[in-house]
Design a protein around this ligand. Structure first.
Ligand SMILES: *Cc1c(COP(=O)(O)O)cnc(C)c1O
Length: 358
């Protein structure tokens, strides 16, 4: 039986990537050693990290004004590194509050300056992306922080605010899933374990001039400048994570790049939302203006039925459909690596379950 893993993260990786990593695991390029056993300064890993960076630059059309960095500590470390490095002295930063992850970013920001929450959808239970009224940032704003896709609530920005302050986006759960203009952002970051590779690694794309703001007393390992100056090789980088991210980037290129994967992602998410909207059994708690193409959340008529749905689906090989513990319900995470066949299997199961129980 085919197994489809709908986990929100760590999430499934492309099967082709897993198989290639397996085939090279013990003997990388006829060296007789696995890549994780080789020096990070040797020719093999040097080539891996250089190609990974150049493939990411090509996929996302990143200009030389930006650095591409590989940083440990996941996306959560960035919640702290951002204000530590980029909050102007005695200054303030603006944040949009769209749920769980943005709340964590806001909390860490408060340690380093004044945090102004300029938009929030808390009152409606984070069921939508709030309108950011403050299109023109208040003079002196260090940056505007947003969470482009809200993994827990199942919401996503379908357009981005225009702002003069550098816009910083946590794209952990939708990076490289759709075409975006990197030049609109001061910084983009993502924990790898949703769309890019294994957990622990964060991809950071930062406009180089912003890194010059960093106060001198920030520890070396927490300075963006350190990663920029050393090509992320100040210390031993997470070599296996970078390697897998590189394989994912090559896989994306083989799928027609981000334009190609975006088309597939549109078809996948539309199939699920269409079923939900045409059903009297399933219900979406998310405002249609803000529905995520990565994390499709929905409800059934009762919590008992939801528990039954999750258990029956797992028996059919459709795994990890339980919603986040803070909100309940069902969540189907359909990142880049989820094949159309997996979504089709879920659609068939949902139709059958509604017919039997509706
Ligand atoms: C998963 C996730 C995070 C946390 O990532 P870690 O790598 O575990 O720190 C942060 N932001 C968003 C939007 C996420 O989906």
């Amino acid at each position: 039986m085919a197994v489809y893993n709908f986990s929100a993260g760590p999430a499934m990786l492309p099967k082709e990537v897993m198989e290639q990593a397996q085939s090279e695991f013990c003997d990388f390029q006829n060296t007789g050693s696995g890549l994780m056993e080789l020096s990070h300064r040797g020719p093999q890993f040097s080539q891996v990290i250089e190609e990974t960076e150049s493939d990411i630059r090509e996929l996302m059309n990143i200009s030389d004004d930006y650095a591409v960095c590989f940083v440990q500590g996941g996306a959560s470390m960035q919640f702290s590194m951002i204000p530590m490095n980029l909050m102007l002295p005695g200054g303030f930063a603006e944040y949009a509050d769209t749920g769980t992850w943005s709340a964590k970013a806001i909390k860490e920001g408060k340690g380093f300056g004044d945090v102004k929450v300029i938009a929030s959808s808390k009152e409606t239970n984070y069921d939508r992306i709030p309108v950011i009224r403050h299109w023109k940032p208040e003079a002196g704003s260090s940056y505007l922080h947003i969470t482009s896709n809200n993994t827990v609530a199942g919401t996503q920005y379908h357009s981005f605010p225009e702002t003069d302050a550098p816009m910083i986006a946590d794209m952990s759960s939708d990076i490289m899933s759709r075409v975006i203009d990197v030049n609109k952002f001061g910084m983009i970051y993502a924990g790898a374990q949703k769309n890019l590779g294994p957990s622990g690694l964060a991809l950071v794309i930062i406009r180089k001039d912003l890194a010059e703001r960093t106060p001198a007393n920030v520890p070396t390992m927490l300075k963006y400048g350190t990663y920029i100056e050393t090509q992320s090789m100040f210390n031993t980088p997470p070599t296996f994570g970078v390697y897998l991210l590189g394989l994912v980037a090559k896989w994306l290129k083989s799928k027609g790049g981000i334009v190609g994967i975006e088309e597939i992602n549109d078809v996948k998410s539309e199939a699920l939302y269409e079923l939900i909207d045409n059903s009297t059994f399933y219900r979406s708690p998310v405002d249609p203006s803000s529905r995520s193409k990565m994390n499709v959340v929905f409800r059934l008529p009762s919590e008992d039925m939801e528990a039954q749905f999750i258990a029956d689906a797992a028996k059919e090989g459709l795994k990890s459909l339980k919603g986040h513990r803070s909100v309940g319900g069902i969540r189907a995470s359909i990142y880049n690596a989820m094949p159309m066949k997996g979504v089709e299997a879920l659609v068939d199961f949902m139709n059958e379950f509604a017919r039997k129980n509706g």
